[in-house]
Ligand binder design. Structure first.
Ligand code: 13P
Length: 248
C-alpha cells in the first residue's frame, strides 16, 4: 500500500514574519526536488505572510489549531473559514502542548478534527504517551483512548493524518528508537484497523514526532509504518530541508 510520505514542520510559538520569510526563502530551492508532501505549520498571525513567501514552491502552510464553531463568541480563537481564506491546507490538532497547557481533551480534539474535515482542511491529529505512562506500561491504553475518542464519528479516516508524538521525546533530544517508534505506530495502525477497517487503516499516513532531526530521519523513515515526520526544533532551520530530502 503506497502512502505518500509527508514531512511537516511545527514552528510552535517561534519565528516572526521577517525571520520566517527568510527561512522559507532559503528552504525553497533546497526542497525543489523532494518527492514527499511538505508543510510548515506556523503561528496564526504569520499565515498570510508565510503563504505568500512559500508561493510557487512545494511548501504548503498549515495552522497549529482550529476552533470547532463556524463563528461566534470565542475570544482568541480562529475558525476554519479564516484559515481557508488564506490558503491553509493543514491543521495540527491536539498537540501535547495544547493538551498540557491549554486544556485540550480527547473530546475537544474530536470536535476540532470533525470541523477541520467538514471544511476540507487536513487534520494532523497528535497522540502520544507521557514518560510515566510508558514506564507504567500504559502506552497502548492511552493511545487507544486518544484514538477512540479523538477520531469518533469520522466518516473517511483516510483524510486524516496521525502524528505519534511520545511526550517524553518532544524537545528533549531523546528520540524514540526506530524500533520503538515503529512498534508503537504499528499498534496505532492496528487500532485504526479495528475502528475503521484494515483497508482504510492501511491508507492512513502516520507521522513520527519528537526530536526528529537531520541525523535520525533516515532510520525513522525507513520503518514500514512510519510515513512522515512532525518536526519541531529542526523545522526552524534549514535542517528541515535535509529531513524533507531524507531519501536522497
Ligand atoms: P521537537 O522536534 O522539537 O522535539 O518537537 C516535536 C513536536 O512537538 C512537533 O510537533
Amino acid at each position: 500500500m503506497a502512502r505518500k510520505a509527508f514531512i511537516a514542520g511545527n514552528w510552535k510559538m517561534n519565528m516572526t514574519a521577517e525571520s520566517g520569510k527568510q527561512l522559507i526563502t532559503e528552504l525553497k530551492p533546497l526542497v525543489k526536488g523532494a518527492k514527499c508532501e511538505i508543510a510548515l505549520c506556523v503561528p496564526a498571525i504569520l499565515i498570510p505572510a508565510m503563504v505568500k513567501a512559500a508561493k510557487g514552491s512545494k511548501i504548503k502552510i498549515g495552522a497549529q489549531n482550529v476552533h470547532f464553531a463556524k463563528s461566534g463568541a470565542y475570544t482568541g480563537e480562529i475558525s476554519a473559514d479564516m484559515l481557508k481564506e488564506y490558503g491553509v491546507k493543514y491543521v495540527i490538532i491536539g498537540h501535547s502542548e495544547r493538551r498540557q497547557y491549554f486544556g485540550e481533551t480527547d473530546e475537544t480534539v474530536n470536535k476540532r478534527t470533525l470541523a477541520a474535515l467538514e471544511n476540507e482542511l487536513t487534520p494532523i491529529v497528535c497522540v502520544g504517551e507521557t514518560l510515566e505512562e510508558r514506564e507504567g506500561n500504559k502506552t497502548e491504553k492511552v493511545l487507544a483512548r486518544q484514538l477512540e475518542t479523538g477520531l469518533n464519528g469520522i466518516e473517511d479516516i483516510t483524510k486524516v493524518v496521525i502524528a505519534y508524538e511520545p511526550v517524553w521525546a518532544i524537545g528533549t533530544g531523546k528520540t524514540a528508537t526506530d524500533g520503538q517508534a515503529q512498534e508503537t505506530i504499528a499498534y496505532i495502525r492496528k487500532k485504526l484497523g479495528k475502528l475503521f477497517g484494515v483497508r482504510n487503516a492501511n491508507k492512513v499516513r502516520i507521522q513520527y514526532g519528537g526530536s526528529m532531526n537531520a541525523n535520525n530521519c533516515k532510520g525513522l523513515m525507513a520503518q514500514p509504518d512510519i510515513d512522515g515526520g512532525l518536526i519541531g526544533g529542526a523545522s526552524l532551520k534549514t535542517d528541515f530541508a535535509t529531513i524533507v530530502n531524507y531519501d536522497k
